[in-house]
Design a protein around this ligand. Structure first.
Ligand SMILES: Nc1nc2c(c(=O)[nH]1)N[C@H]1C(S)=C(S)[C@@H](COP(=O)(O)O)O[C@H]1N2
Ligand SMILES: [Mo]
Length: 319
């Protein structure tokens, strides 16, 4: 089976579609604004609540002991340069095309090898957990990186609540499938819905979080609202966005990029400067905003915390 990978899509194809969508988006924004004006609506309504600078602030955020002491990437870059193929395969697309994405109400299913399977409304799922700000690096497999002040909670706390059974060896995460809202899903650039997975001990590691916000505010849609995974020692694609299902399994689940290109993207996907992507080196990265590249750190700089999870494993084989 030949899967059409993003790099085999003609640039013109993508650009044309994006321009088309952007124009539609622009037109509908104009008409909504005009309507709002006519109705005498206030300025914030006019701007629209999904604008990143107008996102609702989150309360009760604790400072995490995992805060990095590194310069943060500006919010404009974090919210305008995204990989979110459900909306667009180009990086500027998601910010525009996800503006009307509906994240409220949102239903999350917890199922599989777990004592307390349940279907949650998002607020009820989040309520029991302590929100923390955790400044983590995100390192994309395409060799750019950012430092992002995520707001989220430890996945380990979720595990305590839902009680995986002794047969649960892996956790599978699934993104929403809704091609009407997510125009990228109307094309087979990847197999939809996007799925990701972790070994249960990786999921239980205190650095693994579910994020609901960044920079103290609710997650912008293009960053994976309303709920996304952040595993800071792995390549960006593991950090699955807009999650609707978390399933506990005995067998290793399939993962989207591994299915699309098993030679290029493994299940583990730990940031590793010594193991190259077949088509490019992974030794260096460009921090967004920097001119010069820097050396990529083993496990994205989190080796002290996580190397133990992989002791005895050949990381060339388990890439
Ligand atoms: N559902 C879904 N999740 C996804 C992706 C995607 O295309 N779809 N892209 C991944 C990739 S490749 C990266 S680098 C990060 C980017 O996250 P950010 O836009 O918040 O920086 O999201 C990851 N999660
Ligand atoms: Mo990525």
């Amino acid at each position: 089976m030949i899967i059409k990978r993003p790099d085999s899509i003609k640039a013109s194809e993508i650009t044309d579609e994006t321009n088309y969508q952007n124009r539609r988006e622009f037109l509908s924004t104009v008409s909504r604004s005009t309507l709002a004006l006519a109705a005498g609506a206030s300025f914030p309504v006019l701007l629209g609540s999904r604008r990143t600078d107008a996102a609702p602030a989150l309360g009760n955020i604790q400072k995490s002991r995992y805060a990095l002491d590194e310069e943060k990437t500006p919010i404009e870059d974090i919210t305008r340069y995204n990989n979110f193929y459900e909306f667009s395969t180009d990086k500027e697309g998601p910010a525009l095309l996800a503006r009307k994405f509906k994240t409220d109400p949102w239903t999350l299913r917890i199922e599989g090898e777990v004592n307390k399977p349940a279907t949650y409304q998002l607020e009820d799922f989040i309520k029991p957990y302590t929100l923390e700000e955790r400044v983590y690096r995100l390192r994309c497999v395409e060799a750019w990186s950012m430092v992002i002040p995520w707001v989220g909670f430890a996945f380990a706390d979720v595990l305590k609540k839902v009680e995986p059974t002794s047969r649960a060896k892996f956790v599978e995460f699934t993104t929403l499938y809704d091609p009407r809202q997510m125009p990228g899903q109307q094309r087979r650039v990847l197999e939809w819905p996007y799925v990701e997975g972790l070994r249960i001990d990786e999921a239980a590691h205190p650095l693994t979080i579910l994020a609901v916000g960044l920079y103290g505010k609710l997650l912008p849609n293009q960053n994976g609202a309303p709920l996304r995974l952040v595993v800071p020692w792995k390549y960006g694609f593991k950090n699955i966005k807009s999650i609707v299902r978390i399933r506990f399994t005995e067998k290793q689940p399939g993962t989207t990029w591994n299915i699309a290109g098993p030679q290029e993207y493994g299940f583990y996907a730990n940031v590793n400067p010594t193991v190259d992507h077949p088509r490019w080196s992974q030794a260096r990265e460009r921090r967004i905003g920097d001119f010069f590249k820097r050396e990529t750190l083993m496990f994205n700089g989190y080796a002290d915390e996580v190397a133990g999870l992989y002791s005895g494993m050949d990381l060339r084989k388990y890439y």
